[in-house]
Design a protein around this ligand. Structure first.
Ligand code: NAD
Length: 481
């Protein structure tokens, strides 16, 4: 019976074919047991008019092998093309993006020689849902959606990853001092799950100071778990300060599918010249080998790569700290790694991947164990488009439309309360939030519809409404500043 693992490979665009060829040659020489299916993605596919850059039949291969080694692609500018990465992540449910950012001092120049950070980024939620609207002449919105199961999944993955990889600490980066509900639920779930991992330390940073510390003193961090947008930003900062974006690989992990790639793009200006650094894709392929259970081959390739770097055999993009090294092209770099298969690094720690008892990648998220909470409708925020109006006069006329059960409690503009009261200095847009909230008992949807009917009949442009709910008596909505 074949023990080969089927994988899907895409050569991509720009430097993609060169670095993929180099990587696969190394994997082959190392004895990786792979059955490779090749698919076409990227620029040529986009230019054939396929908006997400992937042929429909390529999904068959991805769904068959469930393991994707992907070279970078070029996304044509303009023309409404969709990001292939975003499509692939969402279509295959790749909820965790894992990016190790490690410095290789003294061989590769870096201001942070002891840096060894892994960023675990939530990959599917947050502002990346792509739900955006223009509501008034002046105002545009993007919905930030965070789910409790999404938080549970990514946080548990981060702790499982830490345990499997002998990491000591998981740090959470969010902004829950401002976004008390969305980032707040991530923090709450983090505290709940952290208690289940007493062997792993945990701490929490507000994203702004956390990012500043990461850029200044990255060696103080071990594993960082964060939401999609924050993770997108800090993982590029971390890779850059580690030494080179050409060096980092990344994995995107889901329940049943996974994707591995270099973090850099297709570098079209250096394509076809045999000068690109294949290291990011080589290290991504090491992550893939660990994921598919070929731990010995992963160690063999990783150690040979570390020895190559130690021996000063570098591609042109690497800033050396030693002058004894040798600059090589893509092909020769791959040959140098192949020549060192079986050798161990002398200065860097030797890699020795072992199957985990319960690998983080096999962790199957369970549905939230939360008991369903009692949900009561308490009121409504009505958003109105109106330009050139004073808050006091808007408030006074809307107040006449309230009912006993749904009194107008306040109006805010861009989150600042402007009625009742408010300061003349507050600059108002044409986008007003008018809150009608029951003081004590729940209300029906019909009462809210009647209120809306009165508002619309009075000539107001209602651009949207948000119902206000209590969950077990606790408000499920923010107040105003
Ligand atoms: P890029 O990462 O391709 O290049 C940035 C700089 O780094 C360039 O100077 C490039 O020459 C250099 N560089 C990148 N990888 C290198 C390597 N392996 N060896 C040596 N030097 C390397 O980013 P970009 O220029 O912003 O984007 C180019 C194209 O890549 C765009 O079409 C973009 O959409 C695409 N892109 C694709 C992915 C992906 O497929 N995952 C990711 C990012 C960008």
């Amino acid at each position: 019976m074949s023990t080969r693992t089927p994988i899907t490979v895409a050569y991509g665009d720009g430097i993609g074919p060169e670095i993929m060829e180099a990587t696969l040659r190394i994997l082959n020489a190392a004895g990786a047991q792979l059955d490779i299916e090749t698919i076409e993605i990227g620029e040529k596919v986009y230019l054939r008019g396929i908006k997400d850059g992937i042929e429909p039949k390529a999904w068959d291969s991805l769904l068959r092998t469930r393991v994707f080694l992907k070279a970078p692609i070029t996304t044509p500018q303009g023309g409404g093309y969709k990001s292939l990465n975003v499509t692939t992540r969402k279509a295959l449910g790749l909820y965790a993006n894992v990016r190790p950012c490690i410095s290789y001092a003294p061989y590769i120049a870096t201001a942070h020689p002891k840096m060894d950070v892994v960023i675990v980024r939530e990959n599917e939620e947050d502002l990346y849902a792509g739900i955006e609207h223009r509501q008034t002449q002046e105002v545009y919105q993007c919905l930030k959606l965070i789910t409790r199961p999404g938080c549970e999944r990514i946080i548990r993955y981060a702790f499982e990853y830490a345990r499997e990889n002998n990491r000591k600490r998981v740090s959470l980066f969010v902004k829950d001092n401002i976004m008390k509900m969305t980032d707040g639920i991530m923090h709450k779930v983090f505290d709940e799950i952290a208690r289940q991992y007493p062997d792993i330390e945990n701490d929490h940073y507000i994203i702004d100071i956390g990012a500043a510390r990461l850029a200044d003193t990255p060696e103080m961090f071990d594993v960082i778990v964060t939401l999609n947008l924050y993770g997108d930003i800090i993982s590029d900062i971390a890779a850059q300060i580690a030494g080179s974006v050409g060096l980092a690989g990344t994995s995107n992990i889901g329940n049943s599918c996974s994707m591995f790639e270099a973090i850099h793009g297709s570098a079209p200006t250096i394509a076809g010249q045999d000068i690109a650094n294949p290291s990011g894709l080589i290290l991504a392929s090491v992550m893939m080998l660990v994921h598919i259970g070929q731990h010995d081959i992963a160690s063999l390739v990783h150690n040979a790569w570390l020895k190559t770097i130690e021996d000063g055999v570098h591609t042109a993009d690497i800033k050396d700290t030693h002058n004894f090294g040798k600059k090589v092209g893509t092909h020769e770099f791959a040959n140098s790694v192949i020549d060192r298969l079986g050798q161990k690094p002398l200065v860097f720690a030797e890699m020795n991947y072992k199957p985990a008892e319960a690998p983080a990648s096999s962790y199957v998220p369970v549905a939230s164990i939360q008991v369903e909470q009692f949900k009561e409708l308490m009121g409504v925020d009505v958003f109105i488009d109106l330009a050139k109006v004073r808050p006091q006069s808007l408030g006074d006329s809307l107040k006449e439309l309230e009912s006993k059960d749904l009194p107008l409690t306040f109006i805010s503009n861009r989150g600042i309360k402007v009625y009742p009261g408010g300061l003349a200095e507050t600059v108002c847009s044409d986008h007003w939030r008018v809150r009608f909230l029951s003081p004590d008992k729940s209300v029906s949807h019909h009462e809210i519809l009647k209120l809306l009917q009165r508002i619309v009949d009075s000539g107001y442009d209602v651009i949207k409404t948000e119902n206000l709910y209590h969950f077990d008596g606790q408000p499920g909505f923010s107040g105003s500043h």
